[in-house]
Write a protein that binds this ligand. Structure first.
Ligand SMILES: C[C@H](O)[C@H](O)[C@H]1CNC2=NC(N)=NC(=O)C2=N1
Length: 103
């Protein structure tokens, strides 16, 4: 599948980071660590993220350490950050809020 490879303008990235202050721009990726209320809530969150990632054909690096789940995103095909990264990051934030509400 062909995807848009347009890199995010610096202002667009800045605007995302301002609106999502838990996400950091590090090593060419955007990264956030979520702390779930329990290990299984963290796993439920990862499952939701995996479903969203598969649907978007865009897959974050995922690191699970007990209740902490770290997501890191970059568009390898584009060699940098694109709207696909910030869109999935924003989806993940919504999904995390759902998991926390449902605990
Ligand atoms: C063919 C397919 O669209 C690509 O390999 C996708 C799959 N998932 C991906 N995920 C991420 N994070 N970056 C990519 O560039 C990427 N590319």
């Amino acid at each position: 599948m062909a995807h848009d490879r347009t890199l995010l303008a610096p202002e667009a990235l800045q605007s995302f980071l301002t609106q999502h202050p838990d996400w950091k721009h590090e090593g060419g990726m955007i990264r956030r660590t979520y702390e779930a209320p329990s290990f299984l809530a963290g796993i439920a969150f990862v499952e939701k993220v995996a479903q969203a990632a598969e649907k978007a054909d865009h897959h974050p690096d995922i690191d699970i350490r007990w209740r902490k789940v770290t997501l890191a995103l970059v568009t390898h095909d584009a060699g940098g950050l694109t709207f696909r990264d910030t869109a999935l990051a924003a989806d993940a934030d919504r999904l995390f809020a759902e998991v926390v509400r449902a605990r």
